[in-house]
Write a protein that binds this ligand. Structure first.
Ligand code: AMP
Ligand code: ZN
Length: 468
């Protein structure tokens, strides 16, 4: 399989550390609010990657953290802890907020057919491990204490900006317009491993440590949780592209300094979902959730298909128009599949050939849109119904679009309602014409044409069909 690796910024052959075992790590959600559909784009594409690796014969151990402490309002070390801000907003405790939004996140994942990772670990479960890793970093002189906090010393590294393509002046902490420089830092790129003194002393959750009562920085969480469950060698680390800097850059700094050797081989970053205002983000106030889409009548799987239609390394813009197009395409697809007969025996040679084209698409840097085209190719293939159904079932192990489910009952009733609406409009138009009310007749004709309806006057009366 060829995958784009942010480390090296090239497409590379995927070769895990040990033969068929893949140790995979995913940055989990910060559980202070609902996940928006941008966050979920990242988790959908990571889910496809995990499932495809399994499909390709690898044994995958996928680990995900739940960030329930330490992620400050800025990804740098400034601002209030997001969890605390969430708790204040809802007049609840941090742990109540964490439980509520962790459950909500997994409920959304279930609706989107996102598999739960093999290990899910909340950061607040691992305080001893964080303290251990920070102590080793201090012993090895990669860290220092200043102003009551423990900092990672980035000047000790041979290279800090490992993902390249970064303009230090634009990105480094302390030079962003809105970020105040922390006078305790020896270098502007240093970051906090453990806080005991912060401007925000209202932090609800604090733990004893050799450096005083405090709480961990966000970056150390992922380094430790990955090490705890995946060991010293990580094959692939995933996240949204905004995590590449500073979060993943800092994870590499900590993990490799702690371990004394190279840590993660491949970095898989998903580009952002944008809306009309740019990157979808929780700080912008109202944002789109799976529940909101459902309340507007969309099946969450339609959103999954919408994501699969484009490549994970391209930014994706969300509009309701494009989601509507996907909804129509999905409905047609499910109807076509359900109309397949179950005739004949599975022709294994034919099936292997169809599955091989799917693999070819996915092996090329997880080309999911081409993978979806393969679904249509299966329907068009010269094969019996049993073979087509079998192949679709195999492809759906990766795509998870419920391809073999029966079409929704509601689809039929929605169709009925639409037909009734069109019939009623045509009747009103006929009456308007009979009354020589041309303005009304024209308005109804325009409405019908906006609905893609073609009205035909025949000698037997009026008939209609949808335009192609
Ligand atoms: P958070 O809950 O903020 O820690 O983010 C969870 C995941 O969503 C991370 O991997 C982020 O990089 C990713 N993410 C955040 N915003 C977007 C977006 N607009 N589109 C895609 N992924 C995103
Ligand atoms: Zn992380």
């Amino acid at each position: 399989m060829i995958l784009y690796n942010s480390l090296g910024q090239t497409k590379q052959e995927f070769v895990p550390y040990s033969d068929k075992q893949v140790n995979m790590y995913t940055c989990g959600p910060t559980v202070y609010h609902y996940a928006h559909i941008g966050n979920l784009r990242t988790y959908i594409m990571e889910d496809v990657l995990e499932k495809y690796l399994r499909f390709a014969g690898y044994n995958v151990n996928r680990v995900m953290n739940i960030t329930d402490v330490g992620h400050l309002s800025s990804d740098a070390d400034t601002g209030e802890d997001k969890m605390l801000a969430g708790a204040k907003r809802e007049h609840k405790t941090v742990l109540e907020i964490a439980k509520f939004y962790t459950d909500a996140f997994f409920a959304d994942c279930e609706k989107l057919n996102i598999k739960r990772p093999d290990v899910v670990e909340p950061a607040t479960n691992c305080i001893d491990e964080f303290i251990h890793m920070i102590s080793v970093l201090l012993e090895k002189d990669y860290a220092y204490i200043a102003g009551g906090n423990v900092y990672f010393d980035t000047s000790k590294l041979d290279a800090y900006y490992v993902f390249g393509n970064m303009n230090e002046d634009d990105l480094a902490v302390g030079v962003r317009d809105s970020v105040e420089e922390d006078p305790n830092k020896r270098n502007k790129t240093d970051f906090v491993l453990w806080f005991t003194k912060s401007k925000f002393d209202s932090q609800e959750l604090k733990w004893e440590s050799p450096w005083g009562l405090g709480y961990p920085g966000w970056h150390i969480e992922c380094s430790c949780i990955s090490y705890k469950h995946n060991g010293e060698y990580l094959d692939i680390h995933c996240g949204g592209i905004d995590n590449a800097f500073p979060h993943h850059t800092n994870e590499i700094a900590q993990s490799e300094s702690f371990l004394g050797h190279k840590w993660c081989k491949y970095w898989f970053h998903v580009l952002h979902l944008n809306d009309a205002r740019g990157k979808m983000s929780k700080s912008k106030g109202d944002f789109l959730t799976v529940s909101l889409l459902e309340s507007k009548g969309y099946d969450p799987i339609v959103y999954r298909m919408f994501c699969l239609q484009s490549h994970y390394r391209k930014p994706l813009t969300f509009t309701y128009e494009s989601l509507d197009n996907t909804a129509k395409a999905y409905e047609k697809l499910i109807n076509r599949i359900s109309a397949l007969d179950n005739s004949g025996e599975v022709d294994q040679n034919k099936a292997d050939e169809l599955i091989a084209s799917f693999k070819e698409a996915m092996d090329n840097d997880l080309n999911t849109s081409l993978g979806l085209t393969c679904v249509y190719d299966v329907l068009k293939a010269d094969a019996n119904g049993a073979t087509k159904r079998y192949v679709l079932g195999e492809l759906d192990k990766v795509l998870s679009l419920d391809l073999l489910k029966a079409p929704k009952e509601t689809t039929a009733s929605a169709d009925d309602a639409l037909t009734a609406e069109i019939d009623a409009l045509i009747k009103q138009r006929t009456e308007a014409r009979a009354n020589k009310d041309w303005a009304t007749a024209d308005a109804i004709r325009d409405k019908l044409s906006a609905m893609n309806v073609v009205v035909v006057d025949t000698k037997d009366g009026i008939s209609w069909h949808f335009a192609d």
